[in-house]
Design a protein around this ligand. Structure first.
Ligand code: ASP
Length: 586
């Protein structure tokens, strides 16, 4: 046996025992007569002491140790004279009576500590060293814990875990596909699934009425900090259900996860907010409800007083920033620059200051008297000491910018507390989204999402107005999951493809397998998928999903450690019947 205990296990009650530990050298302190070694494994750190009266052999080995050496130590557990209350093992140390180097280590390229000195790229390149660090180990353990709790809950609810293929056919709808050439079928390609969507629906047709899978999905999109080309979903589908059944079942999953992995009890039924309300009050389809500061429309009040910025706008709206009346000119200018950044895209920022003494000052005093501005403040819930920020322009763009400003102010005012959670459902999304550039509708969720029953007639007359029987699970401004009740009638599905600009032939070619399956007795069904990596990072209190994926890719989609993607040999290309031609500017 290499070890009798882990490095996180020993306590004062173990004093007097002889134990053997194995692990990595975190730190060595040579105090002349005595040497202290911090020995680490994923369970913790235990202090080892090589004493003055140790054998020369042990002392010699201790002298040659370096960081990250893998060693084995046998010794007596003794009570420490100076205890470390910050460490679970801080009451004891192990007095080495035998010491063995199992493997020497080169000096690591960065410190293996909670706050490493290594930059992102370097740590990605040596990911196996990065993974030795506490924060990543805790992230991996949280991920494991969540996966166990998910399986526990869904199994109890009668869900079957069924795997679906990773090599499927390419579909143009949605994001870009990653493709894999087929050697046995020259000139043909598989695509990696963006999600198991069609397969889980086929499983419903096949009668497996409760399916789930913790599954990898692949999307060839431009990457941002919170995106990865391969990521994991908790993918679920149910038959003979309506929207409420799905929401109840997965609200149960969410509450179970909150409780069992981070100890947060959620008693009440989650709020179900219509999409239109989310957009109007929060300028976002994923509102952060940890704080108020809701957007308030002032179009009617603001127009007709000769201020052309407002008069020419489709929409005027505001937020009342709590306690910001004391903002200086400089702070306002800085915030104005912030909202003008291309990502936010506002043209400017109008401010109204509600001073503690009841006075009102603003950047639009020329056009509006204090009484008018006070009435706006009342409508928007501004109190003495608050500052109202107003934006005007196109409705969609202004709401979006106000939503971003709301989040930014929430951040600056410390209202986005990571230990607080505000989950909700957003429902009643539009079914279709018009795209000016291509002059056609796109499915807001995906083409298999059913319209709300009461809106079905609008499909013929005003498709843009049709609401989808779809829902998102949102926590703290993050879309953690989304799904819909599906179309299960082949005629309605064909109608949907028609609206999305597919010819019947194209629809048949790409989704014929699904529409044909619907002709053989498809049950009503619906489902949802949660972003597993994202949910982990949310519970772990991190911004990026990267730390919750053992071997992630960088922002250019590269695995820095194994240096992939990479070129393949001529022989491999030949075997695959492929010729490579790279455009000059690439
Ligand atoms: N497959 C969908 C997605 O990945 C989720 C769902 O509708 O179940 O967004």
């Amino acid at each position: 046996m290499y070890r009798t205990h882990t490095c996180g296990q020993l306590r004062l009650s173990d004093a007097g025992q002889t134990v053997t530990l194995a692990g990595w050298v975190q730190k060595i302190r040579n105090l002349g007569a005595m040497t202290f070694i911090d020995l680490r494994d994923r369970y913790g750190i235990t202090q080892i002491v090589v004493e003055e009266h140790s054998t020369d052999d042990i002392k010699a080995i201790a002298r040659e140790l370096g960081r990250e050496y893998v060693i084995q130590v046998t010794g007596n557990v003794v009570e420490r004279s100076s205890k470390n209350p910050k460490m679970p093992t801080g009451d004891i140390e192990v007095a080495a009576s035998a010491l063995k180097v199992l493997n020497a280590a080169e000096t690591p390229p960065f410190t293996i500590e909670d706050n490493s000195d290594g930059g992102d790229e370097l740590r990605m390149k040596y990911r196996y060293l990065d993974l030795r660090r506490g924060p990543l180990q805790r992230a991996m353990m949280l991920r494991h814990e969540m996966a166990q709790r998910i399986r526990e809950y869904l199994d109890k609810q009668g869900f079957l875990e069924i795997e679906t293929p990773y090599m499927i056919g390419s579909t143009p709808e949605g994001a870009r596909d990653f493709v894999v050439p087929s050697r046995m079928n020259p000139g043909e390609f598989y695509a990696l699934p963006q999600s198991p969507q069609t397969f889980k629906q086929l499983l419903m047709v096949a009668g497996y009425d409760r399916y789930f899978q913790i599954v990898r999905c692949f999307r060839d999109e431009d990457l941002r900090a919170d995106r990865q080309p391969e990521f994991t979903q908790i993918d679920c589908e149910m038959s003979f259900v309506e929207r409420d059944d799905i929401l109840t079942t997965f609200e149960g999953l969410a509450k179970h996860l909150f409780k069992t992995t981070i100890g947060v009890e959620i008693e009440d039924q989650l709020r179900r907010m219509p999409w239109a309300e989310a957009m109007a009050k929060y300028g976002s389809d994923k509102p952060d409800l940890r704080f108020g500061m809701e957007i308030c429309e002032l179009t009617a009040e603001a127009q007709g007083k000769g201020f052309v910025v407002f008069d020419s706008a489709e929409y005027v709206g505001a937020i009342a920033a709590t306690g910001c009346a004391s903002y200086t000119r400089k702070q306002i200018d800085e915030l104005t620059e912030w909202v003008k950044r291309p990502q936010i895209g506002a043209k400017g920022l109008v401010w109204v200051r509600f001073e503690e003494d009841g006075n009102v000052k603003s950047s639009i005093d020329k056009f509006f008297n204090p009484e008018e501005l006070k009435a706006w403040g009342e409508k928007c819930g501004a109190k003495p000491g608050d500052m109202m920020f107003i934006m005007a322009g196109g409705r969609k763009q202004s709401l979006n910018a106000l939503g971003e400003l709301r989040l930014e102010m929430g951040e600056r005012l410390g209202l986005r507390d990571r230990s607080k959670f505000a989950p909700l459902w957003v429902v009643d999304f539009p079914l279709l989204e018009w795209d000016d550039e291509s002059g056609r509708f796109f499915a807001m969720h995906h083409p298999f999402t059913s319209p709300m029953k009461e809106d079905e007639a609008l499909l013929e007359t005003d498709p843009g107005k049709v609401r989808a029987n779809a829902y998102d699970f949102v926590v703290n401004g993050v879309e953690v999951g989304g799904g819909s009740i599906r179309i299960f009638d082949s005629k309605l599905q064909a109608k949907m493809f028609d609206l999305l600009g597919f010819t019947p032939e194209e629809a048949q070619k790409q989704f014929g397998f699904l529409m044909n399956a619907f002709k053989f007795g498809a049950p009503p069904h619906g489902g949802i998928a949660f972003g597993f990596d994202r949910w982990c990072s949310l519970f772990g209190g991190a911004d990026s999903i990267r730390d919750y994926i053992a071997f992630p890719k960088n922002n250019s989609g590269r695995d820095m450690m194994i240096d992939a993607p990479s070129v393949i040999s001529e022989a491999q290309l030949k075997e695959l019947n492929l010729k490579i031609e790279i455009e000059k500017d690439k």
